[in-house]
Design a protein around this ligand. Structure first.
Ligand SMILES: [Zn+2]
Length: 417
C-alpha cells in the first residue's frame, strides 16, 4: 500500500506538462507522417539529449553521462550517498518509429522528478532518470546496448566497430555524441536500489481489457539467427530445373518448414523472418545466395531452447542441394521481474483507484538487463490498437499520465525505504 507522501506525488504529476514535453521531444527527428526518426547517436538523438539536459538543468537536477553515452538526471536524496532508485528508458527510435516508444519512459520519469521538486517533497534516496543509449538496435546492432553495458552483460570496446547501413562506425558517432553535451562524465555501472521503467505496451492487451495499467511480470526470451543459403547462379532460361541449386527456393522452403514446425495453437510462439536478401537480385538469373534473419521469442526458457535447437536440422533438411549456414547472433533468456516491485506497482495503482493487470512483455526492454543488478519492474500503459514501431503509434494524455502517477508512487515508496 502506498504511503500518503507517495500518493501526494502521484497527484502532483501534471498530465498537460508531460504531454507537452512528449510533443516537444517528438520534434527531434519528426517525420512527415507524424512519427519520429531519431536513431541512436544521430544528430536528432543528440538534439533530444540536449533538450532533456536543458530541462533538467533549469530545474537544478544534476546531469551526467558515462562512456556509453547513457544520460543520467539525478534528484538528490536526503541520504546523498545512498544508491539511487532508477527509472528511465530510451530516446532513440526506429527509422519509422513513433513519439512514445522509449521517450515516454524517460519523460514520465522526468515528470516524477519535476512533480517532487515543485511539491517540495524530499526522498531518502536519490531518484535518477536514465536515457539508455541505443535501445532500438536499428542503426547499430545489438539493441539495448547502453543498459547491457551498464549491467556488465556487454563490454563497450566490443561494440565500437559496429557499423550502420552506410558503413559509419559506432565509435566516432559515440564520441561526437559525448562531445556535444557539456556535462560531467561518470563511470559506467554502479549500485542501484531498484529500477522501474514505464513504457507503452506495444501490444493490444490493455486496450482490449480497457485498463490503464499493466504490471509487467516477465520479459519473454528471444534468440536471433542469420541464415545464409548458398546455391549456384545460373541462366533462368537455359538451366533445367533439376540441375539448379536455387538458393531462393531453398530459403522459401526453409521458412515454410520452420513455420510448420513452430505451429502453436496457443499463439505463444513468435517466429519472424524480418529480413530477406536475394542475390544477385536479377530477374533472369537463378539466385545463388540468400541471406535472411530469424527472430524467435517465447516466455518459457525450455520451449525457447527446444524449438530453436530444431532450426539448423530443419534448414539443412530443406536445403535442396544448397549449402546452409545457421548462425545464432543473440540469446536472451526470459527475464522475470521482482515480485516485490510487481506487487508495489499494483498496490500503487490500486491506491490511485486504477484497476491494473499483470502481463508479460513481448518486446525486449532496457529493464531486462538492469533486472540482473537490482529488484526491477515495469509499468505498461495502453497504446492505440497496440501499434508500435510505426509512425502512427499513439497514446492518450490521460493514459500516459496514469502510468506516470503509478510510476511516481512506486519510485517514492522505493526511495523512502
Ligand atoms: Zn522501447
Amino acid at each position: 500500500m502506498s504511503s500518503e507522501i507517495a500518493l501526494k506525488v502521484a497527484q502532483a504529476v501534471d498530465e498537460n506538462r508531460l504531454w507537452q514535453r512528449l510533443m516537444t521531444m517528438a520534434r527531434h527527428g519528426a517525420t512527415p507522417k507524424g512519427g519520429v526518426n531519431r536513431q541512436a547517436l544521430s544528430a536528432e538523438d543528440r538534439a533530444a539529449r540536449a533538450e532533456l539536459t536543458a530541462w533538467a538543468t533549469k530545474l537544478g537536477f544534476a546531469v551526467a553521462q558515462d562512456d556509453a553515452a547513457n544520460l543520467y538526471v539525478r534528484r538528490a536524496g536526503t541520504e546523498a550517498e545512498a544508491p539511487p532508485v532508477v527509472t528511465g528508458s530510451h530516446l532513440d527510435s526506429q527509422p519509422t518509429g513513433g513519439k512514445f516508444d522509449g521517450a515516454y519512459g524517460v519523460l514520465a520519469g522526468f515528470e516524477v522528478l519535476e512533480a517532487l521538486e515543485r511539491a517540495g517533497i524530499k526522498t531518502k534516496r536519490p531518484i535518477e532518470v536514465v536515457a539508455w543509449t541505443n535501445e532500438e538496435g536499428s542503426r547499430f546492432q545489438p539493441g539495448a546496448m547502453g543498459s547491457a553495458i551498464y549491467a556488465g552483460k556487454y563490454r563497450l570496446p566490443d561494440h565500437l566497430n559496429s557499423v550502420d547501413r552506410d558503413g559509419v562506425a559506432l565509435g566516432p558517432e559515440l564520441a561526437a555524441t559525448l562531445k556535444a553535451l557539456d556535462v560531467p562524465r561518470r563511470p559506467i555501472g554502479g549500485a542501484v536500489t531498484a529500477y522501474v521503467e514505464a513504457h507503452i505496451e506495444q501490444g493490444p492487451i490493455l486496450e482490449s481489457q480497457q485498463l490503464q495499467i499493466g504490471a509487467v511480470t516477465l520479459v519473454q526470451g528471444s534468440r536471433r539467427y542469420t541464415i545464409e543459403v548458398t546455391g549456384e547462379e545460373a541462366h533462368a532460361g537455359t538451366t533445367p530445373l533439376k540441375l539448379r541449386k536455387d538458393a531462393m527456393k531453398a530459403a522459401a522452403a526453409i521458412v515454410l518448414a520452420l513455420e510448420q514446425a513452430f505451429d502453436d495453437p496457443t499463439d505463444t510462439v513468435r517466429y519472424t523472418v524480418g529480413r530477406f536478401d536475394v542475390f544477385p537480385g536479377s530477374a533472369n538469373t537463378v539466385p545463388g545466395r540468400v541471406f535472411f534473419t530469424i527472430d524467435f521469442r517465447h516466455p518459457d526458457r525450455a520451449t525457447l531452447t527446444t524449438l530453436t535447437d530444431k532450426i539448423e536440422g530443419i534448414a539443412k533438411a530443406n536445403a535442396r542441394g544448397c549449402e546452409v549456414k545457421v548462425t545464432r547472433i543473440s540469446d536472451v533468456s526470459p527475464t522475470p521481474f521482482d515480485p516485490a516491485v510487481i506487487g508495489l506497482v499494483r498496490a500503487s495503482a490500486a491506491a490511485l483507484n486504477m484497476p491494473s493487470m499483470e502481463m508479460i512483455s513481448g518486446a525486449g526492454h532496457d529493464a531486462m538487463h538492469i533486472a540482473h543488478l537490482c529488484p526491477t519492474g515495469m509499468v505498461f500503459v495502453p497504446c492505440a490498437r497496440g501499434i508500435s514501431h510505426n509512425e502512427v503509434e499513439s497514446a492518450t494524455p490521460a493514459d500516459l499520465a496514469a502510468g506516470a502517477r503509478v510510476l511516481a508512487a512506486t519510485l517514492v515508496e522505493l526511495a523512502n525505504r
